[in-house]
Design a protein around this ligand. Structure first.
Ligand code: ZN
Ligand code: ZN
Length: 346
């Protein structure tokens, strides 16, 4: 089968082809696993963190890709949850131990044995992939494969971020950064919290314009001051300035949720500007979002189908994965980037 593999850490500023197209054997599903014939796989900013070494794969080579939509091709000996031909998705959570204290309390995203699809084990940038049948979701029929893929990461993690803000209907929410996940958050919030006003901080005017079109009551630059303090803020940027600015704009007792697997370091010195009474006192909180759980993914898919949320997307062939990644690096983003697998004979 055709697959794109990552062999080592790369500097994407100079290396524009970090992934290599290879031909390899179709994997065999383990006893409780299924083999999925991949139809599409989304490309995500987190893959830049993997490639550039901020959250590197433990073993090389690895097939990246953690927003996978395809059909069940084959069940492992003891797998029986799905039938051949059913349309399913795989998200960032590839597995967790299901036994530790975190897993038992529904926090499998924090499990020590957490394995991420496309980083710790092979993902979906390939014609086929295997995964435990317990970590797979049926895709609601209202979505095309292309529409479903970005929901599996940006949407699910956005859903978890909203949950962690503990937002109540009518409270003011800020979104700092306005990429794929923040768009979906805005759409979800408009539906679930109709009296909540959303304030968007984004560096480009095009993004701010888009935010207003989608229903933000205010959109400004990262360092602008909104007309009101905000009860919670979700940060989806890779840097630190929005954190410091966001804390300043938080209401008393407010919470800032950082939805980023890693932060880049180039503006880290702004943290020295944190002034306790301005940025933290009066019970302001900072919380990060780590990974997703299966219930985040399945609850979000159900909500997205109800609303319905149909993400914008841009299509690439599997072989064009490097171009899609470099465009994310260069912030040439118009909708979610999706790799399409050409049908191939086995
Ligand atoms: Zn992702
Ligand atoms: Zn566990």
């Amino acid at each position: 089968m055709k697959a794109m593999i990552l062999n080592k850490v790369h500097d994407l500023r100079t290396e524009k082809n970090p992934l290599q197209l290879v031909d390899m054997a179709i994997p065999e599903p383990g006893e409780r696993e299924i083999l999925i014939r991949v139809s599409v796989c989304g490309v995500c900013h987190t893959e830049l963190d993997e490639i550039e070494g901020r959250t590197p794969p433990p073993v090389y080579p690895v097939i990246p890709g953690h927003q996978v939509v395809g059909t069940v091709e084959k069940n492992g000996k003891l797998a029986g949850r799905f039938q051949t031909g059913q349309r399913v998705g795989v998200a960032w959570i590839h597995s967790a131990c299901q036994e530790c204290s975190f897993c038992c309390l529904g926090n499998e995203n924090l499990c020590d044995q957490f394995k991420a699809t496309g980083r710790d084990v092979n993902g979906g940038d390939a014609a086929y992939m295997t995964v435990s049948e317990d970590f797979v979701y049926l895709i609601p029929s209202v979505f095309s494969d292309y529409e479903a893929a970005p929901l599996l990461c940006a949407g699910a993690i956005g859903y978890r971020s909203i949950k962690l803000t503990q937002l109540q209907n009518g409270q003011r929410l800020g979104l700092t950064g306005f990429g794929a996940s923040a768009h979906l958050v805005l759409k979800m919030v408009k539906y679930k919290y109709p009296d909540t006003e959303v304030y968007v901080f984004a560096r480009s005017e095009a993004e701010r314009e888009f935010a207003r079109e989608l229903g933000a009551v205010w959109a400004g630059d990262t360092i602008e001051t909104p007309p009101h303090l905000l009860h919670s803020i979700i940060d989806t940027t890779p840097v630190w300035t929005p954190i410091v600015e966001g804390l300043k704009n938080l209401e008393k007792g407010g919470r800032l949720v950082i939805n980023a697997i890693r932060k880049e370091n180039h503006d880290k010195d702004v943290l020295n500007g944190i002034d306790y009474p301005v940025h933290l006192w009066l019970e302001k909180e900072i919380k990060s979002v780590a990974n997703v759980t299966r219930s985040d993914v399945s609850q979000f898919l159900e909500l997205a189908a109800q609303i319905p949320i149909k993400p914008e997307y841009q299509l690439y062939e599997l072989e064009e994965a490097n171009r899609a990644l470099v465009e994310i690096k260069e912030k040439k983003i118009r909708g979610a980037k999706i790799l399409r697998m050409r049908r191939e004979s086995k």
